[in-house]
Design a protein around this ligand. Structure first.
Ligand code: AMP
Length: 593
C-alpha cells in the first residue's frame, strides 16, 4: 500500500499508516532522549517517593538526577534480595514500588543457584507491548511484502510457580504470551503467525513444538520469515524436525493428529486445520529423507526472506549452523530485552550479525552507564544515556518503574553511534558467563563448585582432579558442556571406573544452577554433560602453548573455558577417555532455596 508522503519518516517511507505512527514515536523518543530520560526518572521517583526503599536513602521526594545520583547506591541483585524475598513472602507494603507487584519474572540470571526474581507491575506489560509494536514497522522499511504471508515462530511457555506469598513467578515471555495483550492481539496483516495460540500456550514442550511445526509445514508456502527468540531455539526446532518428520508426514498424509498430542485445546483447534494432503506429505518426506540437510529451511519454506532470531552475545556461536541450514539467509536481531526491563530495538535489522546495534528506547526506564573497567564503582560517575561516548564500553545500570533503583544488569555494551540523540549499542557480553548453550549462564565459581562436588566421588579411588577447563560444544544439537579433566591417580590398581566417571558427569550437572537443569530436563535444550579425561601433562602443554604465544609465565592462569580452535584441538588430541551423564539431573519448577 502506498502511503501519503506527508507521513514519511526519516527512517524511511512507512509501509502503512500504523507504521508511520510507530516510526514517528521512535523519532520523537530518540530526538529527545535526554529530556525523555529526565521525565522518566522524575515520574519513577515521584510515584515511588513513599516506598520504603527510597525513603531509606532519604530522597525526601526529590526527583532530580543530581540528588538521585548522590543518595541512591548502585546495587546488584544480592543487595536488594532481602526486599525481594519479603515481597515474595507476602509483604504487600510499598517496599520497592508504589504500584503493587503483580508477579515476579524469573530471570535466566541466577543467584545462589536459583533464578533471580524480578519484581514487575501491571503497566510494564504495556511498555513491553509498546516496544514489540515498533519492531514490524522498522522491519517493513527493509523487507517489503511481509503482509502477504506469515511468520513461522517457535514460541513457548515455561512452567510457573507461586512464591510463598502467592505471587506468580515465571519467565517474562511466559507472562507475555499468557497475557491478554498477546492472546487477544488485534489482527495485523504484517504480523500473522502460523503457530496457533493453543500450541504456543501448551505447557508440554513436545506437544507445543509438534503442533507448531505441523502448522508451519501445512502453511509452508505462506511462510515469509522463520524465527524463535534465540538462535538455539530455532536450531532445536530443526533438530525436532529431523527426529519427527516421519510422524509429521504421516499426519499430513492422513489428516489425523499424532496420538501423542493430547492437549484438548490443541486437538480442538487442529481439527479445523489438518486435512489429508498426500502431495505435501510426499514433499516433506522427499526433503527430509536425506543425509544432507544443508539449506533445509529454504528447501521446505522457499519464500523465507530472513530468520528472526537473536544471534548477538552468547548466541553468536550458532551463526555458522544457522547459515548451514538456511543456505545463508539474512539473520535479523530485532530487540534487546531482559526480565528486569525491555531495553530497545535494532533500527537496521537486516544488517550483518556482527554489526548489530540496539537503540535503547529512553521511555522504557531510566538508564545509566557505568564505564567498564573503571575500577571502583564508588568513585566512578555513571554516565547518562545521552552522554555516552562512541567507542567506549559500559555496564548497563537501570532504574525501573517496578522499583529497581540503579540496578546493575551485568551486560557490557559498546557505543557504536547515535540515532538522533539516542545512542546505539553493540552487545559485547554478559559479565561472568563462562558457559552458555541456551538461556543457561554458568559462571566460573559455579563450574568450580561443580568440579569440586563431582571430584568427591573420586576420593575413594585416591584420585583427584588436578586441572580442568571447559568448552560449550554446539556442534551437536542440542549443544552440551564438555569438561576436560586431568586426573592424578595415586593408586593405579584402583582407578575410577567408567561408571564412576559417568556419575561424576551427573554430579556436576546436579551442582549446576536451576536454569541449566531446567534446560536439560524440561526443555531438552542442553545435551548430557561430557567429561573428557586428558593425559597427564596436558595442562602443562597448554601453558607452554600460551607462553609460546606471549603469555607471561608468572601471570599464567589455566583458562576455565576454551574456545580457541588450536587449544581445543590440542586438548582433544590428548583425550584418554570420554564420559557422559547417563541420567537427567533433578529439576522441578519449585525453587530449592
Ligand atoms: P533474562 O533476564 O533471562 O530475560 O535475560 C536477559 C539477558 O539476555 C540480557 O541481560 C542479556 O544478557 C541477554 N540478551 C537479551 N537480549 C539480547 C540480545 N538481543 N543480544 C544479546 N544478548 C541479549
Amino acid at each position: 500500500m502506498a502511503v501519503d508522503s506527508t507521513i514519511s519518516s526519516p527512517l524511511g517511507p512507512p509501509a502503512c499508516e500504523k507504521d508511520a505512527k510507530a516510526l514517528r514515536f521512535i523519532e520523537e523518543m530518540t530526538r529527545n532522549a535526554d529530556s525523555v530520560q529526565e521525565r522518566v526518572l522524575a515520574e519513577i521517583l515521584s510515584r515511588n517517593a513513599e516506598t520504603e526503599y527510597l525513603k531509606r536513602f532519604k530522597l525526601d521526594g526529590a526527583t532530580d538526577r543530581e540528588t538521585f545520583k548522590k543518595r541512591i547506591p548502585i546495587i546488584t541483585y544480592d543487595d536488594v534480595q532481602p526486599e525481594i524475598q519479603r515481597i515474595a513472602n507476602g509483604d504487600r507494603s510499598p517496599i520497592l514500588s508504589a504500584h503493587p507487584i503483580s508477579e515476579f519474572l524469573t530471570s535466566s540470571g541466577t543467584s545462589a543457584g536459583e533464578r533471580k526474581l524480578m519484581p514487575t507491575i501491571k503497566e510494564e506489560l504495556d511498555r513491553r507491548q509498546l516496544l514489540y509494536s515498533l519492531l514490524m514497522p522498522v522491519m517493513n522499511l527493509y523487507v517489503p511484502g511481509l503482509d502477504k504471508g506469515k511468520g513461522l515462530y517457535f514460541l513457548f511457555v515455561k512452567s510457573e510457580t507461586k512464591t510463598p506469598g502467592g505471587l506468580l513467578a515465571r519467565p517474562v515471555l511466559t507472562s507475555y504470551y499468557k497475557s491478554e495483550h498477546f492472546k487477544t492481539r488485534p489482527y495485523d496483516p504484517y504480523n500473522v503467525y502460523t503457530s496457533p495460540n493453543e500450541a504456543i500456550l501448551c505447557p508440554d514442550s513436545f506437544q507445543s513444538m509438534y503442533t507448531q511445526m505441523l502448522c508451519g509445514l501445512i502453511e509452508r508456502n505462506q511462510v515469509l520469515r522463520l524465527g524463535a527468540v534465540f538462535a538455539s531455539g530455532l536450531l532445536r526446532a530443526i533438530r525436532f524436525l529431523q527426529l519427527n518428520w516421519v510422524e509429521l508426514a504421516h499426519d499430513i498424509r492422513t489428516g489425523t493428529l499424532n496420538s501423542k498430542i493430547t492437549d484438548p485445546k490443541i486437538k480442538a483447534h487442529m481439527e479445523n486445520i489438518i486435512k489429508p494432503d498426500p502431495e505435501l506429505s510426499s514433499f516433506v518426506i522427499q526433503k527430509c529423507n536425506k543425509e544432507n540437510w544443508e539449506g533445509i529451511i529454504t528447501r521446505i519454506w522457499p519464500n523465507t526472506k530472513y530468520l528472526d532470531v537473536i544471534v548477538t552475545g552468547a548466541m553468536a556461536q550458532y551463526i555458522p549452523t544457522l547459515n548451514y541450514y538456511s543456505g545463508g539467509l539474512p539473520l535479523s536481531c530485532t530487540m534487546y530485552a531482559s526480565s528486569e526491563c525491555y531495553f530497545g530495538l535494532n533500527l537496521n535489522p537486516m544488517c550483518k550479525p556482527s554489526e548489530v546495534s540496539y537503540t535503547i528506547m529512553p521511555n522504557m526506564a531510566y538508564f545509566e552507564f557505568l564505564p567498564h573497567n573503571s575500577g571502583s564503582t564508588r568513585s566512578t560517575r555513571l554516565v547518562d544515556l545521552a552522554d555516552v561516548e562512541v567507542g567506549k564500553e559500559y555496564e548497563l545500570v537501570i532504574t525501573t518503574y517496578a522499583g529497581l533503583n540503579r540496578y546493575r544488569v551485568g551486560d557490557i555494551l559498546r557505543v557504536t553511534g547515535f540515532h538522533n540523540s539516542a545512542p546505539q549499542f553493540h552487545f559485547v557480553r554478559r559479565k561472568n558467563v563462562l558457559l552458555s548453550i541456551d538461556s543457561d549462564k554458568t559462571d566460573e565459581s559455579e563450574l568450580q563448585k561443580a568440579v569440586e562436588n563431582a571430584s568427591k566421588l573420586l576420593v575413594e579411588f585416591n584420585t583427584s582432579v588436578v586441572e580442568y577447563t571447559s568448552y560449550a560444544d554446539t556442534k551437536t544439537i542440542p549443544g552440551h558442556y564438555v569438561i576436560y579433566w586431568e586426573l592424578l591417580s595415586k593408586d593405579s590398581c584402583n582407578s575410577p571406573s567408567q561408571e564412576v566417571l559417568n556419575r561424576c558427569c551427573l554430579e556436576m550437572e546436579e551442582s549446576l544452577n536451576s536454569v541449566y537443569r531446567q534446560c536439560r530436563v524440561a526443555d531438552h535444550s542442553i545435551g548430557p554433560l561430557e567429561i573428557r579425561v586428558v593425559k597427564n601433562g596436558t595442562f602443562e602443554e597448554l601453558m607452554d602453548y600460551a607462553i609460546s604465544r606471549g603469555a607471561s609465565i608468572n601471570q599464567y592462569k589455566v583458562p576455565r573455558c576454551v574456545n580457541f580452535t588450536p587449544i581445543t584441538e590440542l586438548l582433544d588430541s590428548r583425550v584418554v577417555s570420554v564420559h557422559y551423564s547417563q541420567h537427567l539431573p533433578q529439576w522441578t519448577p519449585e525453587r530449592r532455596r
